[in-house]
Design a protein around this ligand. Structure first.
Ligand SMILES: [Zn+2]
Length: 368
């Protein structure tokens, strides 16, 4: 199983310049290869591309030798896949790369880079006795063999996306017992059948409110003006921050759950029902994305830790059945967070009740 972990890099001033140089060399190489194959009568082939790289580009541009040769070969692969897409009519003719758009380079050879704790070493990048490794903002979340790394520059920040071949020796202990049902909700992020709840983060809600405010401001600015561009940039930065805040929160939740219970039951989510509703607020959309992300994380972390995970049919009316007496409340509305059971008179907490039903329904299928 391959798992990707994207971590922010904290390069020094000097490393930042060097990374820009590596990204620039990759772009230069790609664009020159492309312009060579754009000439009339020259057909793309990997062999010709390699020859052109080694016999012409590297000779003409001495600075090519400052970077790892693996990233230059990657430019060839990159161009090849662009051509393949073009010939299969999946995309247009390959385009020249522009500075500032998708600035990145990749190393797809596990012997050419190394991750050690929060240190990242790239072949040729950290050369010399005094050269310092690149600092990752946090350690990798899972153990395994790092297979490839892509370094990218976006919104003024550097990122390392590291692909890891996972093995199940996850750091930390494995849950041996315990079963839980989970209701992913609107009021709380997740409600567990044993009464545990995971709240939404205040930081995240604040960021969302700020985003809405900024978008209102943007709508009043004149398109194409300096102020418009400025507001737009600040929104895209905030989007990124929200994404990171959400991910950090969801990782905490999925970590807590998969390290405590041996069996997890949750509701299968329907993509169509969530995307169907019109006029969805931004808040709501971001929440939906969060649910899918949480589900995805629960799935792969369960796999890594040997946790059984079961998805209850999405048509199972987990909210409507009173878990204690079995009465079905067909008049329950979407916004009701609690209801009075007309059979036994108890006040029912909607999310907690649903999580108990999900557990019951799920274990029924697991224990056959
Ligand atoms: Zn009841």
């Amino acid at each position: 199983m391959l798992l990707a972990h994207k971590v922010e890099l904290r390069p020094s001033r000097e490393q930042h310049e060097k990374l820009l140089q590596w990204v620039g060399t990759t772009r230069h190489c790609f664009n020159n290869l492309l312009s060579n194959f754009s000439k009339e009568g020259v057909k793309f082939s990997k062999k010709i591309a390699r020859e052109y790289l080694y016999n012409t580009l590297r000779v003409e541009n001495e600075w090519y030798s400052d970077v790892s040769q693996v990233i230059l070969q990657e430019s060839i692969n990159d161009l090849e896949s662009s051509y393949k897409r073009f010939f299969k009519k999946l995309g247009g003719y390959p385009r020249f790369k522009k500075r500032g758009s998708k600035d990145s380079f990749s190393i797809r050879d596990k012997t050419k880079f190394k991750v050690d704790g929060r240190n990242l070493y790239l072949e040729k990048f950290n050369k010399g006795r005094k050269a310092k490794p690149l600092k990752l903002r946090e350690k990798l979340r899972f153990e395994g063999i790092p297979k490839q790394v892509t370094i990218s520059y976006r919104n003024g920040k550097w990122w390392a996306s590291i692909l890891i071949k996972g093995c199940s020796n996850y750091k930390g202990s494995f849950p041996q017992s315990g079963e839980v049902g989970i209701d992913l909700g609107i009021k709380d992020l997740a409600t567990l059948s044993d009464g545990t709840t995971f709240q939404k983060s205040n930081k995240l809600s604040k960021s969302l409110k700020r985003l809405q405010r900024k978008q209102r401001v943007l709508s009043k600015k004149k398109k194409g003006s300096n102020r418009y561009a400025k507001a737009k940039l600040s929104i895209s930065k905030l989007h990124l921050r929200i994404k990171n805040q959400r991910e950090a929160l969801l990782h905490n939740v999925s970590h807590a759950i998969t390290s405590k219970y041996k069996t997890i039951c949750l509701e299968d989510l329907s993509i169509s029902s969530m995307t169907k509703s019109k006029n969805k607020s931004l808040n709501r959309m971001i929440l939906d994305v969060g649910m899918y992300e949480l589900r995805r994380q629960l799935e792969y972390k369960s796999f890594l830790r040997g946790v059984d995970i079961y998805f209850v049919d999405r048509y199972y009316p987990s909210s409507k059945i009173h878990n204690e007496c079995g009465f079905k409340n067909d008049t329950l509305k979407l916004g009701e967070s609690s209801w009075k059971c007309s059979n036994c008179g108890q006040l029912v907490d909607r999310d907690l009740n649903a999580s108990k039903n999900i557990l019951e329904e799920g274990t029924k299928h697991l224990h056959v």
